[in-house]
Design a protein around this ligand. Structure first.
Ligand code: SAM
Length: 176
C-alpha cells in the first residue's frame, strides 16, 4: 500500500499544485492521499476522474497531519519525507523498494522541523529545490520501477489504448 500526505497547504495559492499532487499520486499507483479540507473541490475533481478513468483512488480530509503520521507508524507504515535535504534517492531507492506499506509526506511552504525526526526516511530527489509534484512522481516511479504504468484502473468509462499515432479511446456504454 502506498499513501501520500500533503502538509502545510496554503489557501488558493496551492490549489493547482495540490490537485496535481493528487493526480500524480493516483496515476502513479498510490492508493490514497490525505490533505486538509482547505480546498474541498479537489476531492470532487478526483472523484470525477475516478468515474471516467477508473480505479478507487481516495482523497481523505484530515485535521492534523501529525495524527495521521503517528497512526500510520503504529500500523507499520514506513514514513518517507520528501525533502531536498534528505538522502539522495539514488542511494535510498533499493531499501525503499523492499518496503510494503509507505506513507509519503510532501510539503508546500516551509515544513515543520518535527517531520524530519518522525520520518523513517528523508529522501531528496537531487539536492536542489524544485517541486513536490516532480519529486513525488520520481519517487513513486523509482519505488515501483515503472510497474505502476501496467496497473489496471477497474470500472473505467474510458480506457486509453496506447497507440503510436493518434488517439484510441475505448468508451464503455453506461445508462447514466
Ligand atoms: N522551502 C521549503 C522548505 O525548506 O521546507 C520547501 C518548499 S518546496 C516548493 C515544497 C515541497 O517540495 C517540499 O516540502 C518537498 O516535499 C518537495 N521538494 C522540493 N524539492 C525537493 C527535492 N529536491 N527533493 C525532494 N523533495 C523536494
Amino acid at each position: 500500500v502506498i499513501e501520500v500526505v500533503r502538509i502545510g497547504q496554503r489557501v488558493v495559492r496551492d490549489d493547482r499544485v495540490t490537485t496535481h499532487v493528487a493526480l500524480v499520486s493516483r496515476a502513479f499507483g498510490a492508493d490514497r492521499i490525505f490533505m486538509s479540507e482547505i480546498n474541498p473541490e479537489i476531492k470532487d475533481t478526483i472523484e470525477k476522474i475516478n468515474r471516467t478513468w477508473g480505479g478507487k483512488f481516495e482523497v481523505e480530509f484530515i485535521d492534523k497531519w501529525k495524527s495521521i503520521v503517528k497512526k500510520k507508524k503504529e500500523d507499520n507504515f514506513k514514513i518517507i519525507h520528501l525533502s531536498m535535504y534528505g538522502q539522495n534517492i539514488n542511494d535510498a531507492q533499493e531499501e525503499l523498494q523492499k518496503e510494503e506499506n509507505l506513507l509519503i509526506v510532501v510539503g508546500a511552504e516551509k515544513v515543520p522541523r518535527e517531520i524530519y525526526e518522525l520520518a523513517d526516511y528523508n529522501v531528496g530527489v537531487g539536492s536542489q529545490p524544485h517541486s513536490e509534484i516532480s519529486a513525488l512522481a520520481i519517487l513513486l516511479d523509482r519505488i515501483q520501477k515503472g510497474k505502476q504504468f501496467e496497473k489496471d484502473f477497474p470500472d473505467a468509462k474510458r480506457k486509453i489504448i496506447p497507440t503510436k499515432n493518434g488517439k484510441n479511446v475505448q468508451v464503455k456504454e453506461t445508462r447514466d
